[in-house]
Design a protein around this ligand. Structure first.
Ligand code: ZN
Length: 262
């Protein structure tokens, strides 16, 4: 009875360890996928930024052009007015009327100078803004071309990741079907919690998950191997490595956590 309990638990452990390695692979894979997706969104926001700048600059250029047209209309109106004043002046007989018209013409002349000055400033501004717009558009085009290449590369790598993920999932499902559902559900809950290995060997009286030294009682329970024993500190499931190696005929490939020297 005792023997078979141990055996079945050991078998469950082997399966769970296989599943765990697949899950760790999957977690790493999803991390890479997330990084790649973040790269994608960075590229998108960079392009969107330049697009916004182009649109703003275009609006600016349109506004300057409108102001120039308004100035030109104003100049035309002033010219018409000057023409009218000149013909009026030619027609008047009285000196004071003549002088009044001269005053008016001088005022109109000053107004015209002012508008012409504004127009000249606006024309300078238009040249500058159009130059900037051209640079921005070139920049946008270069960024677009560049990001199209990078995006293609990223999409391809994400597709590969998804493919690899599907393979891992189907392998996992195949092993899970042969695993004790109760042990699996405990494992699965722990994994979702920690996103890291949750079935770990005891190494030098220490939980190799949290690296805290275990009590001798705890260690003995694990060594007996007739029930699941959890680390008192991190709740990971503990197992006795030597026992597994000795007893497991179909020992799963297992990655030991090597202690770093020093
Ligand atoms: Zn622990």
């Amino acid at each position: 009875m005792q023997e078979s309990l141990q055996q079945s638990l050991q078998q469950s452990f082997q399966k769970i360890l296989q599943i765990q390695e697949l899950d760790i692979k999957m977690i790493r894979l999803m991390r890479v996928k997330k990084e790649r997706q973040q790269e994608l969104s960075k590229i998108h926001s960079l392009t969107a930024d330049i697009q916004t700048q182009v649109i703003e600059k275009e609006t600016g250029v349109t506004e300057v052009k409108k102001q120039i047209r308004m100035g030109e209309t104003q100049i035309k109106e002033i010219q018409d007015k000057v023409g009218k004043l000149e013909s009026q002046q030619a027609a008047v007989k009285k000196m004071d009327e003549f002088n009044a018209l001269t005053q008016e013409m001088m005022r109109t002349g000053r107004e015209r100078n002012q508008v012409e000055l504004q127009l000249s400033d606006l024309t300078d501004k238009l040249v500058t803004e159009e130059d900037l717009l051209a640079i921005l558009k070139e920049n946008l085009e270069a960024t677009d071309q560049n990001s199209t290449l990078i995006e293609k590369e990223i999409h391809e790598s994400i597709e590969k990741i998804n493919e690899e993920g599907r393979t891992i999932l189907s392998e996992r499902e195949a092993v899970r079907e042969k695993t004790d559902p109760e042990v699996f559900s405990i494992y699965d809950r722990l994994l979702r919690n920690k996103k890291d290995r949750v079935v770990v060997p005891i190494e030098n009286r220490t939980c190799s998950g949290c690296h805290i030294v275990l009590t001798p009682q705890n260690e003995n329970l694990v060594r007996k191997g007739d029930r699941l024993v959890f680390c008192e500190h991190c709740s990971r499931i503990l197992f006795w490595q030597e026992a597994n190696v000795a007893e497991g005929e179909e020992a799963a490939p297992r990655r030991r956590r090597r202690k770093s020297i020093g």
